[in-house]
Design a protein around this ligand. Structure first.
Ligand code: ATP
Ligand code: MG
Length: 264
């Protein structure tokens, strides 16, 4: 198993006492698969995956197990986690500006990643970076790589972030609501891109969303979370055909078009 999460618990210390954000989460991600994590706002989707990568706020605590291949992630040092985040498990967020440095050209940011994690020299790094921007379908990549992040539109910026995250060919790409800030057409393009890239770079994907419509077209398996717990897990087809839980049925009812094969 590529990633096996067992009894993951996340809690936060707050002035009002502890908040148990994730309460015994279990899931598995197999090689080549795309796992959807769905659930309403506050159900613990983001904190679950942030906990795996050591990205919790400073008042957060994590326990349980998350085995990535032969490595237990929970309890790893910050240094080791940073290495894994940089090259083995990449994460992209709703707002690309949380990962891009507004003061540096995209070329600088991308070549730094390649220098640091793969020891590439400037020229090699530059051509590799341009190739990656082309892979995420940024037109005129050789010129635009010199742009600063703000010079890209929202959708293009998300593409830049996806390109950055794939530079070191991670085993796992975690995408936390990567399209919610974008308009519908651009959303569809980004999802299409993620589907294309995962085959091309043989990356497994964890896709976090509150939209089951997105899950239908993209994921193999789904975990449905509520209040920090899994209420249902299933293959995508089974979840849509026969949701077992009322909560899942309610989430399904909120999807405007259920039929992924419909023509409109
Ligand atoms: N630093 C923190 N201190 C206290 N509570 C926190 C902190 N960070 C997150 N939480 C709480 O953890 C719970 C789970 O949050 P999480 O971000 O995982 O939700 P989510 O499912 O990703 O929701 P959304 O769809 O809105 O992104 C929420 O109740 C949230 O308020
Ligand atoms: Mg979230």
């Amino acid at each position: 198993m590529l990633l096996k999460v067992a009894n993951l618990q996340v809690s936060f210390d707050t002035p009002d006492g502890p908040v148990d954000a994730v309460r015994g989460l279990d899931f598995e991600l197999a090689e080549g698969q795309t796992l959807g994590i769905v659930g309403e706002s506050g159900s613990g989707k983001s904190q679950s995956v942030r906990a795996l990568l050591g990205l919790l706020d400073s008042n957060g605590r994590v326990s349980g197990s998350a085995r990535y291949r032969d490595t237990e992630l929970i309890g790893l040092s910050e240094r080791e986690l940073r290495r894994i985040r940089g090259s083995r498990i990449a994460m992209i967020f709703q707002d690309p500006m949380t990962s891009l440095n507004p003061h540096l050209r995209v070329s600088t940011q991308m070549t730094e990643v390649l220098a640091q994690h793969q020891g590439l020299r400037r020229r090699a790094a530059m051509s590799r970076a341009i190739e990656m921007l082309e892979a995420v379908r940024i037109p005129d990549a050789a010129r635009r790589i010199r742009y600063y992040p703000h010079q890209f539109s929202g959708g293009m910026r998300q593409r830049v972030m996806i390109a950055m995250s794939l530079l070191c060919q991670p085993d796992i790409l975690i995408a936390d609501e990567p399209t919610t800030a974008l308009d519908v057409t651009v959303q569809a393009e980004i999802l299409d891109l993620i589907r294309d890239l995962r085959t091309r770079f043989s990356t497994s994907v964890i896709l976090i969303t509150h939209d089951l419509g997105v899950v239908a077209g993209t994921c193999d398996h789904v975990v449905v979370m509520r209040d920090g717990e899994v209420v249902e897990r299933a293959a995508v087809g089974a979840l849509f055909d026969q949701p077992q839980h009322d909560y899942t049925r309610r989430l399904l009812a909120a999807v405007p078009k259920l039929d992924a094969g419909s023509t409109n």
